[in-house]
Design a protein around this ligand. Structure first.
Ligand SMILES: *Cc1c(COP(=O)(O)O)cnc(C)c1O
Length: 361
């Protein structure tokens, strides 16, 4: 068996040890004689899986007691609707910061249910940076302020949070658990699991207690946070295997020294690649330096033709899924928690080799 280095933005690379553990337990989970995929979500076995996953996530992320952790479905994309459907009961106005494609999708969805003010945007810079949010632009009556913490497509991230009085809501799909995070600064955090928490099909929502009671009257039962708070994420059949797998991911983070160790490794991986980009004559980083993502590193080569060759040759060297998002082109290397430093080192060696061969021709 030969595993290759997978730089996909998501579903993304997973730790081999976690995949092996899931494989070893697949046919007979904990001596039950059953697979996790076969047991009732109402069983004690599954209840323990959910409780352990939540406990480990709380521990790893340092989630305060005043917050609920919900295991939901529908991806981050459903949260684009659930957030306004559940918070517009406070007031029917929200402030959004536009930092690219995912923010725009969130904005479009929120506009169906209330008034959305774009309080800052980096559209005029092709989303290469994170805009400054001026306090005087914020709506005094906003139910919440929404930001996309890490912009998966453009390769930017917030290094400083905007100062708001309304609760801060954030899409953390592509950076959750990648660095230290003070959860108490947020009213609500949501993230799809398929980038840093395992499998597609699970969405994690971390919500402050007091924000679970403001849904619009027309919000369907299944889309109310209160429904899932009251049923401890077992209102209907949850994505059982994805919840189990996320639990393995949280344990893996704990075993590797927790979130601060993850952050240190991620910082090392990203800075090696950025340092190489900055010293190169062929590659040019896309994101503004002060707003660079540690998870999704975007860069360009001088032509589309050379970019295609780069992606193809990398693939043949066992470095896969490096093609940039179709909306911006170029190259994107996603370095989630599970990408080992050796993978980044191999990529840099390949890039160096490619640069030397192609600057001669
Ligand atoms: C991947 C991603 C999404 C989309 O997530 P789905 O789970 O496919 O709905 C949304 N926001 C960000 C920041 C992402 O990286």
């Amino acid at each position: 068996m030969k595993r290759i280095y997978n730089f996909s933005p998501g579903p993304a690379t997973l730790p081999e040890s976690v995949l092996r553990k899931a494989q070893a337990e697949f046919l007979d989970y904990g001596g039950t004689g059953l697979s996790v995929t076969e047991i009732s979500h109402r069983s004690d076995t599954f209840r323990r899986i959910v409780e352990n996953a939540e406990g480990n996530m709380r521990e790893v992320m340092g989630i305060p007691d005043a917050y609920r952790v919900l295991f939901l479905q529908g991806g981050a994309s459903l949260q684009f609707a659930m957030v306004p459907l559940n918070l517009f009961g406070r007031s029917r106005v929200a402030d959004y910061v536009d930092t690219g494609r995912w923010s725009q999708k969130a904005i479009l969805e929120a506009r169906r249910y209330g008034k959305v003010n774009i309080v800052a945007s980096s559209e005029d810079q092709d989303y290469r940076s994170i805009p400054v949010v001026r306090t005087d632009r914020l709506s005094p009556d906003a139910a919440y302020v929404h930001i996309t913490m890490n912009n998966t497509i453009h390769g930017t991230r917030y290094s400083e949070l905007p100062n708001t009085t309304a609760p801060l809501v954030t899409d953390m799909s592509s950076c959750i658990l990648s660095e230290r995070c003070d959860v108490s600064k947020f009213g609500l955090i949501y993230a799809g699991a398929q980038k840093n928490m395992g499998l597609a099909g699970l969405t994690v929502v971390i919500i402050r207690d007091d924000l679970t009671h403001y849904c619009l009257d027309t919000t369907p039962t299944m889309l109310r946070y209160s429904t899932h708070v009251e049923s401890c994420s077992l209102f209907n059949t949850p994505p059982c295997f994805a919840v189990y797998f996320a639990g393995l991911m949280f344990e893996w983070i704990k075993d590797r020294g927790g979130i601060s160790a993850m952050e240190d490794r991620n910082r090392e991986k990203a800075s090696r690649l950025y340092d190489f980009l900055d010293s190169s004559g062929l590659y040019a980083g896309i994101a503004a330096k002060h707003d660079r993502s540690m998870m999704n590193i975007t860069f360009r080569l001088p032509s589309d033709d050379l970019t295609d060759r780069f992606v193809r040759e990398a693939e043949s060297q066992g470095l896969t899924a490096l093609k940039g998002h179709r909306s911006i082109g170029g190259v994107r290397a996603s370095l989630y928690n599970a990408m080992p430093l050796e993978g980044v080192q191999r990529l840099i060696e390949f890039m160096d080799f490619f640069e030397k061969t192609h600057s001669k021709s």
